[in-house]
Design a protein around this ligand. Structure first.
Ligand SMILES: [Zn+2]
Length: 262
């Protein structure tokens, strides 16, 4: 069986947290040994760290403030994140970035929180876990200012255009691919674009409980995505890259280990 690391799981979300042991067990059976728990606010990052303590061999975390929550970024946030990041299980800063799709937080607040978290990642020499939606131009502009000071960064759940992908690869970013690629309507462009991602820059993630792969058979009645479905993403990427599944599994595993220093 292919061993995999799911680099983006919202495991603190009620729908997964409520059946933690089941989620962990099913992931293991599917070959998903390890996963990265995404931190999206101060409180959520703390919860992510607590989950890592329950499964120290299998879970690591990011800590950060998601662009949706950027309005909550205050004067004390930098110091709080810095303290949280001292935990050994915290292997990246984020998720952070820009999301102009719904602007749950004002643009200025998003930019401020993003800038601060890039500073933090640079000063702690930790990788950066990024989210970008409908904000590519501004996002890449800000990223360029900091790129030289940040060791590694991933644009997670990449669903954008060819132009955006080329910009991220020029900046030597890792690219996170989710079950979006399994969507027979919205995923068509992504299916073409994954061929452009170099072997050593691809990371696989479910973004569970969101983005249930649409081609899962049978479809779980709960409609909740979970790390156990990561092989579905692996298969689709391998298919569209014209690559053997085992080869891609191994490459993405090595990439995840290198990125998160595992
Ligand atoms: Zn995200």
């Amino acid at each position: 069986m292919n061993r995999l690391i799911d680099v983006g799981v919202n495991l603190t979300n009620k729908s997964l947290r409520g059946d933690l042991d089941g989620v962990m067990q099913r992931a293991l059976i599917a070959g998903v040994d390890q996963m990265v728990v995404t931190g999206t606010s101060i409180a959520d990052s703390l919860k992510a760290i607590e989950l890592c303590r329950l499964y120290p061999e299998r879970l690591i975390a990011t800590c950060g403030i998601h662009p949706h929550h950027a309005s909550d970024y205050t004067k004390t946030s930098y110091g709080e994140l810095e303290t949280l990041a001292q935990n050994d299980c915290v292997r990246a800063i984020g998720e952070t970035g820009l999301d102009f799709n719904r602007n749950y937080s004002p643009v200025e607040a998003q930019e401020f929180a993003f800038r601060q978290q890039m500073e933090l990642a640079a000063s702690l020499a930790k990788p950066l876990f990024c989210h970008q939606r409908d904000a590519h131009r501004r996002f890449v502009e800000m990223l360029r200012e900091y790129r030289d000071r940040i060791s590694r960064l991933v644009v997670h759940c990449f669903t954008d255009s060819r132009e955006a992908l080329v910009d991220y690869l020029d900046l030597d970013c890792y690219i996170g691919i989710t079950g979006w690629i399994c969507d027979e309507r919205r995923g068509l462009e992504l299916q073409q674009l994954v061929k452009l991602i170099p072997d050593d820059r691809l990371l696989l993630e479910t973004d569970a409980p969101y983005l249930l792969p649409r081609n899962l058979k049978p479809k779980p009645s709960s409609r909740i995505n979970e790390p156990a479905y990561l092989p579905q993403v692996l298969d689709m990427v391998a298919f569209h890259q014209g690559k053997a599944v085992e080869l891609l599994a191994n490459q993405s595993l090595q990439n995840s280990r290198r990125f998160f220093d595992l």
